[in-house]
Design a protein around this ligand. Structure first.
Ligand code: ANZ
Length: 836
């Protein structure tokens, strides 16, 4: 037809693309340079929403761009299809999680195809397929054999109403469960962990290699999460105990200011010391521990909370001066950081000071703040001002060491080094590092995940499942109660869980837990490289060809955990010799969110915009280009303030140009209208740098300019047969493919070509057409125009002034006069004023 009809165009091209599969990237003879462009894969928790539409539109701009630059591009998609969202939804609707998950995947797949995301549909993976999760189990065994997967008892958040373990994020600040509202308690459970802390230094140091290629915000979030602190471990002998207690301190310089020791109440040491104490102490401690177990980690770290604690009846000996320090239990010391015990230096640590003031413990200043040039009265004030016992403020800054024997007179930094030397000489301490990062708790007591491939013998021995027995398949849900109850529902699948001991055939049981789904997503980018390989997790030769990912695209919500885990597993696979790189994602783009009326869309706010309705009303291309045109991709888009209807009008204008072109396919552009050719070639020259720096919106604006210039040329004397009009129309079609593939493909056909435009290599800009046009500058003397000159639009003010002074008209006007002032407004005007 002669009018732009998006629905008709969509119906026309979708089946064609399905047939020709233009985005397959499996040709081994293709020797062009490669790009691996990856969008974070979705959860199948319903149909696609506006957030998906934004992410996949932006990722697709990048993938399509590199194809047009003649790269062999890998752009795969899959589904992160295990996990709680699917399981909870299945429980709520009383459906089998399998049916529910795969129905949603089908729905999302159809929507994505229609959305024309340029994925290689031959490489689809679902993490809930046995063909995939088999390799999670393989990975687990690799790590188990290296000592990187292990089981330990630890304190976890326990919801006594829902009978389930909660993540820290699920515990509200008031200590209740966000799910049931019950007061969350701590429970000691045996869980599986991955030893990510062994990789803390590398995970931190290698962030430097991503500087500039990852958003600065993500790099700093990763650094803070890992949280390295450097200091010393110091051994304190505790009276009546054989082995000394080690504390971690970042301030070994303050050792002489230690006046008591504090142990985390939930650390084994506290229970041990209380057990040796008198009855009253033991009872007080037991009561205290019960209270502490009701307290969240967030509360325990809150600085404004009044300090609590109990004396444990024990004494520790300060290794540097032999002083006896009382040992207390207090919940501001955490059991899982450092060693779970500290030397308290109240004069220089605020938490210790608050505690000392509350329980009347001694406070001794050992670092005197530098006081500059004070008179006598001021000095007295300074003493009071700097006395923590009076001010209630710990002295955390630098100064000169006092009351500290061999450290006296040193500055803080020197004293830290000297203290470590002294400790090392005596064998009572050493330099040490600590991380905020904890080992990765990977076991979940839920059904919809990868079974952990371990068999437990009757005597508690762990037997890894033999590799040739993988996958350990999930049992069917029939007869299983999936309601969360704190222990895995798999434990009740009798036929599944009971197995013979692999060594002696006696009764044994499978581990009933499943893996955190972050395990699935920690290596999925490698599975795309050989998705159907039944012999290995991924093909190392393909990894060599494609990996690491050149451009990763996804939401900032994954800035910490997913990216950290993927980086960790990549380093593990590197160490195991399976891959040759240590960072999985060379560059990262975090797109913003789609908002409505300035706030996030949510059911409770009733402000959800349905993607399906937007597509119905405006068409796929208009929605896609609206996403890209709304602003820089990192910024949020308020759907209220953008106009897909205007996008649709623009697309119709662009399409109409291809429709109007009357010249033949083979018409050379040379000889065409030069003004229009200039606009076209400037865009060709500028677009690569703009796209590669993610200025997708700027390129849309420039395309709009080109469409306007072309329309003007068609409607003016230049006319639709001019070769420059055809050239412009072709460039519009090829570039529009980044944003509006249906429209672009249809234009390409109107221009006389076969599908598909998406594989057409961008023409190079002709340098002859890029020469800057000149501009006419005017020179005035005392307000009268005296001469003109042609200059570059980029001329500097100085150059323009010099050139102006040399002009014949100006020289004439200035003859015999004295210049008092020159004002230059490059590139257009020079104003010279003379003495009247
Ligand atoms: C003595 C001292 C004196 C400290 C001083 C600080 C200042 P970051 O930077 O977070 O690593 N600490 C050690 N283990 C702890 C635990 N499990 N729970 C709570 N606090 C703990 O902090 C390290 C400092 O936090 C350590 O240095 C220790 O107190 C405390 F003027 O030791 B410090």
């Amino acid at each position: 037809g002669a009018t732009y009809d998006f629905a008709e165009i969509q119906d026309k091209w979708l089946p064609v693309w399905d047939k020709i599969e233009p985005f397959r990237s499996d040709d081994p003879s293709d020797e062009r340079p490669r790009k691996y462009v990856l969008d974070m894969f979705p959860y199948p928790s319903g149909d696609l929403h506006m957030g998906h539409a934004e992410a996949y539109a932006l990722g697709d701009v990048i993938a399509r761009y590199w194809r047009h630059r003649d790269y062999n591009v890998l752009h795969p998609i899959g589904w992160d299809s295990f996990g709680l969202p699917a399981e909870n939804a299945a429980i709520k609707r009383n459906l089998n999680p399998v049916t529910w998950t795969y129905d949603n995947i089908d729905q999302q797949k159809r929507s994505m195809r229609r959305y024309a995301a340029s994925f290689d549909w031959t490489r689809v993976i679902h993490t809930s397929d046995p063909e995939y999760y088999k390799w999670n189990q393989w990975l687990f065994l690799q790590m188990y054999n290296k000592g990187l997967a292990y089981r330990k008892d630890s304190w976890v958040n326990w919801d006594p109403v829902d009978q389930t373990v909660l993540a820290n994020e699920q515990v509200l600040a008031d200590g209740t469960s966000e799910r049931s509202g019950a007061i969350v308690v701590k429970k000691k459970l045996t869980q599986w962990y991955f030893r990510i802390t062994d990789y803390a230094d590398r995970l931190l140091d290698d962030l430097d290699t991503l500087e500039g290629a990852w958003p600065a915000k993500v790099l700093s979030m990763q650094r803070n999460w890992i949280g390295r602190s450097i200091g010393a471990d110091v051994d304190f002998v505790v009276e009546g105990r054989d082995t000394p207690v080690t504390v971690f301190t970042t301030r070994p310089d303050t050792l002489y200011g230690a006046t008591f020791m504090v142990v985390a109440p939930d650390a084994d040491l506290a229970t041990e010391l209380a057990a040796k104490a008198d009855d009253a102490t033991r009872v007080a401690f037991d009561d205290y521990l019960t209270e502490v177990q009701k307290t969240t980690e967030i509360e325990r770290q809150a600085t404004d909370r009044p300090k609590t604690g109990v004396f444990l009846g024990a004494y520790a000996i300060n290794p540097v001066n032999g002083e006896r320090l009382p040992v207390w239990a207090a919940d501001y010391v955490l059991s899982d950081y450092g060693t779970g015990a500290i030397m308290a230096v109240p004069a220089h640590d605020q938490r210790d000071l608050d505690f000392a003031l509350r329980f009347d413990l001694p406070i001794r200043v050992v670092v005197e703040p530098t006081v500059v040039a004070l008179g006598a009265t001021d000095a007295v004030d300074a003493l009071t001002d700097n006395n923590p016992a009076i001010t209630g403020k710990a002295l955390a800054g630098d100064g000169k060491l006092v009351n500290s024997g061999p450290l006296d007179g040193l500055a803080k930094k020197e004293a830290v080094a000297r203290a470590i030397e002294i400790l090392a000489e005596r064998g009572t301490g050493r330099s040490a590092k600590n991380y905020r990062l904890r080992d990765w708790l990977i076991s979940r007591q839920r059904y919809w995940g990868t079974p952990i491939p371990i068999i437990h013998g009757a005597d508690g021995t762990e037997y890894p499942v033999a590799e040739d027995q993988l996958p350990v398949l999930l049992p069917s849900t029939e007869g299983l109660n999936l309601q969360p109850k704190g222990s895995s529902p798999l434990g009740a699948a009798e036929d599944w869980v009971n197995v013979p001991n692999p060594v002696d055939g006696t009764p044994a049981r499978r581990d009933p837990d499943t893996m955190d789904t972050f395990v699935d997503s920690s290596w999925y980018f490698l599975r795309f490289l050989s998705p159907n390989d039944s012999t290995q997790a991924f093909d190392p030769a393909e990894a060599k060809r494609w990996a690491p990912v050149d451009q990763y695209v996804g939401g900032v919500t994954h800035a910490i955990l997913h990216l950290l885990y993927a980086r960790f597993i990549t380093k593990v696979l590197f160490d195991l010799g399976h891959i040759e790189f240590e960072e999985p994602f060379t560059a990262l783009l975090n797109q913003g969110m789609v908002l409505m009326d300035g706030s996030a869309m949510s059911k409770s706010k009733g402000n959800i915009v349905k993607l399906s309705e937007q597509l119905e009303e405006h068409g796929v291309d208009a929605v896609r280009i609206t996403m890209a045109f709304a602003g820089p991709p990192e910024e949020d888009i308020d759907w209220q303030s953008v106009s897909p209807a205007a996008s649709n009008k623009f697309l119709a204008r662009a399409w109409r140009i291809a429709h109007d072109v009357t010249s033949d396919v083979s018409t050379p552009a040379i000889g065409g209208d030069v003004a229009l050719r200039r606009v076209t070639h400037h865009l060709l020259a500028d677009a690569p740098a703009l796209i590669e720096s993610f200025k997708f919106n700027v390129v849309v604006a420039r395309l709009m300019e080109l469409v306007n210039a072309t329309r003007k040329a068609i409607d003016s004397g230049v006319g639709p047969a001019d070769p420059a009009v055809r050239e412009a129309a072709e460039v519009i079609a090829v570039m529009l493919d980044l944003y509006a593939p249906y429209t672009a493909e249809d234009m390409w056909q109107l221009l006389g070509y076969e599908p598909t435009v998406s594989l057409v290599v961008w023409p190079a800009a002709d340098p002859a057409l890029l020469v800057q046009e000149s501009i006419t500058a005017v020179v005035q003397v005392d307000g009268k125009v005296r001469d003109r000159l042609e200059v570059s639009p980029n001329i500097s003010a100085d150059d323009l002034e010099v050139a102006a002074h040399g002009l014949p008209g100006v020289l004439r006007a200035l003859e015999g006069r004295e210049i008092v002032n020159v004002i230059v407004r490059a590139p257009k005007i020079v104003n010279i004023a003379t003495k009247p």
